[in-house]
Design a protein around this ligand. Sequence first.
Ligand code: FES
Length: 122
Amino acid sequence: MANVTFSSPIMPRDITVYAVAGDRGTLLALAKAHHIPIPFDCQDGECGSCVVETKNLDAHSRHAIALTEKEKEMLRQLGKITPEEIREAEVNDVAPRYRLACQCFVRDEDSFVSFDGDHTLP
Ligand code: FES
C-alpha cells in the first residue's frame, strides 16, 4: 500500500495516487494509468526520457534497491547518479535521488516523484 505523489511544472497541480498492495508495476506504468504525463519513449531503460526524482517519505524504510546495469549506465550518462550513490544503493540499499520511471518498481511505501518533463541527453 503506497501513496505516490507526482509533481511537475507541466502539471496544474500535484496528484497523489494510491498504488494497490502487491502491484509490482513500474512508476511509469502507474503514472500512465493515472494520466500523469511523465515523458517516455523506449520504456526499456535505454533512452533516459523518463528520468524522475524520487523521495521516499518514510525515512526509516529500506528495501532492496534493484538498479540494473542498464539503468545505472543511463543515469550516469544523464549525470543523475554519482559513484557514491551507486555504492550506497548496492551496499546499503539507499535509493539514489533519480530513477528511470520505466525501470523503477513501485514499492510498498509512500513516495514523492517529480519530473520536469523536458529531459534530453547532455
Ligand atoms: Fe526510455 Fe524509460 S522510457 S529509459
